[in-house]
Structure formats: structure tokens, C-alpha cells
Design a protein around this ligand. Structure first.
Ligand code: NAD
Ligand code: LMR
Length: 340
């Protein structure tokens, strides 16, 4: 077991740090919700990501302008713009990676679950299109509430006859990015060397940073650890409050989304040791979906590294998140079952 643990730690320390360079410019990447607060800066980052041959931008509004603007940048990716449901097929055909930030963001006082009413049907509609036009693509879901939108996508895929959902991911990368930043600040470390795995889901107490597994190892007094954990769990709300009605995190999410997409491209190109945390279906958790570090390969999840060894405090956090997480997952599954 010690050797297995060492191997896991090695994999964790390889968690992607920045947009790594995939040597081939071979892949078609699509952004659904490309005109939004996240969609625009994320598309800008993807336009500069090596490995992207075509960047297909879809939204219900403003896509021609965003596409025209980005298309003048002197990088290899060819940019196309697609507007409205009649153009989504063209956008998705031949796609290798789809990133989905479509949907409304929070305003102060709202929970992510308050977005369900609007975003559930947006994600269901887009998932149906992905199942039809690019069922083998990596589907990276940013739209909130992630704890429900990922089950919605998986159920819609199954209803559409696509049983393999090992390439459907809820993007929780921003939680890792924030944890790395806050831990580095607290300990005076070079942030580029810090990797904190974050497990569970993507809302409040379901966000569980595993600071005991941080690379390099760090230690905190219990009170400090609890304050740091709470800040990571509430970091989205911190931004929502600071933006005071103008939305939620967009720029840091654009960075995190582009980083996850770059890891998907690396995995597709056969690069070894690509590890990212993401919220995915799993039989390793009693609730059926959980975020853990994953080794990514050309076929999606190559192996699920699981939770590894938790501290007693982290164990209590995992137990505490289960009722909320199960409720959010069931809400998504029930919605998808009744969706036509
Ligand atoms: P935004 O309102 O600025 O942009 C959303 C975009 O989605 C708009 O351009 C809108 O036209 C588009 N859209 C709406 N319905 C659509 C449809 N049916 N098809 C295609 N596009 C459609 O919002 P934002 O700030 O970019 O946030 C988007 C989502 O991302 C929100 O749900 C937010 O909560 C979520 N988010 C998630 C994370 C995370 O860590 N996973 C982080 C930040 C934000
Ligand atoms: C975040 O974590 O920033 C996002 O989930 C957006 C939000 O509503 O907090």
C-alpha cells in the first residue's frame, strides 16, 4: 500500500499547472455560451492554446462579433461563429472538446442551486445536441449548479443512446486554482509549485480541499485550517459579493476552463500522466458522482485516483457534504428523466 500511495502522490504532483503544449494543432474545440462573461475570455485563451486547429463558438447572441474579433489574432486556430439552435450542429460536428459556460450567473444572496430553474434546461438542450453531433467529445461543464448539471448531461446522454459518459466532466478546476493561490499566500510559497487536490462537488460545503495532500506538504493549526477551508468553500461568493450584482467569477474561471480544456487536449494527444480533479460519475462514491483527481487519457477517464488518505477533519467534511450532494444529484437526474 505504501508503494501505491507513493505512486498516487507522484501522480498528484503532476497535476497540470498551466496550459501545457500539445505538439499537434489537430483538434476542434467548441465553446457553448461563448459570448458570455466566461465565454469571451476563455475563447481568447483557447485561441492561443497549442493543439487547437478550430475554435467553434456558439451562443444564442453576439457570436458573430466575438468570432470576428478573435479571428484577427495571429495564432493557428481557425475561429467560426454559430448563433442559435439551427447552427449548433455545424458548431459541434467533428468536435473533440466542448466547453460549456452557457447559463445565468449568481447575484448576491443567491445559491448556485437558485440557478437550477434557468440553467437545467439550457444544459439539457446543449447536452442533447452534444449527444447527437459529438458523442465522443470531452464535454466540460462549467454551468452551475455543477452538482446537478453534470448528472443532467449524463442522463441526457443515456436517454439519447450514448451509454459511455466517461468523457463528461464537471469543471471544478477553479476550486483547485483558488486553493493553490490561498495556500501559497498563507505559506509564502511559489504558487507555481503548489498543488492542492479538491474533492467532492462544486458548491459550498461540497467543495473539500485536501490540504493534508498538498504538494509540497504544508501544515496549519486547526483554527487556521478551518478558516482556510471555509474561504475556499466560499470563494465564489466572495467574488459574487465583490462584483455586487454584475455576476460571478469570469476571468479566473476563463483561466481554469482553458486549463482544463488544455489538459483534455493533452490527454487526447496521448500525453502520459495528465491529472486533473473533476466532478464525474463514479462507483467509488455512495452518491454516484464525486470529484477526485483523475488520470485523463484519449478515452476520457483512464483511472480515478480516488480520495487517497484523508485526515480525520477531511473525513468529517466528506461525510458532511453527502446529504446536500445526493440531493443535488437526484434533482438533476429527475429533471433529465422528465426532459423531452
Ligand atoms: P453570462 O451571463 O455572462 O454568460 C452566459 C452566456 O450563456 C451568455 O452569453 C448567454 O447568451 C449564453 N446562453 C444562455 N442560454 C444559452 C443557450 N441556450 N445556449 C447557448 N448559450 C446560451 O454568465 P457567466 O458569468 O459567463 O457564467 C456562466 C455560467 O458559469 C453560470 O451558470 C455560472 O454560475 C457558471 N460558473 C461556473 C463556475 C465553475 O467553477 N464551474 C465558475 C464561474 C461561473
Ligand atoms: C464560482 O465558484 O466562482 C462559481 O461557481 C460561480 C459562483 O456562483 O460562485
Amino acid at each position: 500500500t505504501r508503494v501505491m500511495q507513493m505512486n498516487k502522490m507522484k501522480s498528484l504532483s503532476m497535476l497540470a499547472r498551466s496550459f501545457s503544449v500539445s505538439s499537434q494543432s489537430n483538434y476542434k474545440v467548441s465553446v457553448l455560451g461563448a459570448s458570455g462573461g466566461i465565454g469571451q475570455p476563455m475563447s481568447l485563451l483557447l485561441k492561443q492554446t497549442p493543439g487547437v486547429k478550430e475554435l467553434a463558438l456558439y451562443d444564442i447572441a453576439h457570436t458573430p462579433g466575438v468570432a470576428a474579433d478573435l479571428s484577427h489574432i495571429d495564432t493557428a486556430a481557425k475561429v467560426t461563429g454559430h448563433t442559435g439552435p439551427e447552427e449548433i450542429g455545424e458548431c459541434l460536428k467533428g468536435c473533440d472538446v466542448v466547453v460549456i459556460p452557457a447559463g445565468v450567473p449568481r447575484k448576491p444572496g443567491m445559491t448556485r442551486d437558485d440557478l437550477f430553474t434557468t440553467n437545467a434546461s439550457i444544459v439539457a438542450e446543449l447536452s442533447k445536441a452534444c449527444a447527437k453531433y459529438c458523442p465522443k467529445a470531452f464535454i466540460c461543464i462549467i454551468s452551475n449548479p455543477v452538482n446537478s448539471t453534470v448528472p443532467i448531461c449524463c442522463e441526457i446522454f443515456k436517454k439519447s443512446g450514448v451509454s459511455d459518459v466517461s468523457k463528461v466532466f464537471g469543471v471544478s478546476t477553479l476550486d483547485i486554482v483558488r486553493s493553490n493561490t490561498f495556500v501559497a499566500e498563507a505559506k509564502g510559497l511559489d504558487v507555481s509549485t503548489v498543488n492542492v487536490p479538491v474533492v467532492g462537488g462544486h458548491a459550498g460545503i461540497t467543495i473539500i480541499p485536501l490540504i493534508s495532500q498538498c504538494q509540497p506538504p504544508v501544515s496549519f493549526e486547526q483554527a487556521e485550517l478551518e478558516a482556510l477551508t471555509a474561504r475556499i468553500q466560499d470563494a465564489g461568493t466572495e467574488v459574487v459579493k465583490a462584483k455586487a450584482g454584475a455576476g460571478s467569477a469570469t476571468l479566473s474561471m476563463a483561466y481554469a476552463g482553458a486549463r482544463f480544456a488544455a489538459s483534455a487536449l493533452d490527454a487526447l494527444s496521448g500525453k502520459e500522466g495528465v491529472v486533473e480533479c473533476a466532478f464525474v460519475p463514479t462507483d467509488k462514491s455512495e452518491c454516484g458522482y464525486f470529484s477526485t483527481p483523475l488520470v485523463l487519457g484519449p478515452n476520457g477517464i483512464e483511472s480515478n485516483l480516488g480520495l487517497n488518505k484523508l485526515s480525520p477533519y477531511e473525513q468529517t467534511l466528506v461525510e458532511a457534504c453527502m446529504p446536500e450532494l445526493k440531493g443535488s444529484i437526484k434533482k438533476g437526474e429527475d429533471f433529465a428523466r422528465n426532459y423531452n
